[in-house]
Design a protein around this ligand. Sequence first.
Ligand SMILES: [Zn+2]
Length: 257
Amino acid sequence: MSSTSATDLEEEEIRHILHAADSLVGRGGRTMLVKILKGSRDKKLLELGLNDNVAYGYYHVITMERITEKVDWMIRHQFLEIEHQGDMPVIVFTERGWIIQRDQAAGLLLRQWDQWVQGNELRQDLSYLKDRNRGMILLFLQKLAETGNTAYIPLLEQWAEVDYQKVKRAIRQVIDHLLSGKGGPLSLEDAPVDDVAEQLVVYPRTAERLKCWECGKRFDWPVEEQDFFRMKGWDPPKRCEPCREQRRRTKEGWGFF
Ligand SMILES: [Zn+2]
């Protein structure tokens, strides 16, 4: 089983599925994610406002079954993962998925501001930016700084009125950068520095080398087994096959993996 099959997703698809997952994280599972991408009129989906998403209906022309395969591809390739909240399996980002999503969520905020600036709608309630993920907010501020566009300043000033000290300081740095006319990027303290393009590269999947907790030996974790574990939302096995076997024999019915 290799990832370089005809069913690999395009970068645009990966990006849209991550967008769809962003409004769902921790609140719903695979099925709900599939419904967002399908553009379903599901009652719960509408109640949760999940139709208010740039990826809503992205896959409206393909079947739920095909969309599910694509979502599962995202889980197998570690862009998303399944986590258990009590009995409920929910979709969450992996580190890789979040690095990509954080950056494109910041890009979406910038697009919204561009519309406001173009429409000269410069009086806005900017409290929606408060309590968002801090790394994402800092990326957004860096994107604003890099445009060199002073038209954002009235919005930045209103934002500074409603946010915390640390964010306020970063906002002031961006305003100073824009006023200086220096142009170019601005690097803010604590802003994530990731190579997003690198995270989007899909490599052929191979067995992972894991270390056994019991005997300390390294062992291969085959791709098929990784898929099985990931779809269940389980952590990787802690023990090598001989140690698992040993455990099975000594503790019937306990700690299979
Ligand atoms: Zn072992």
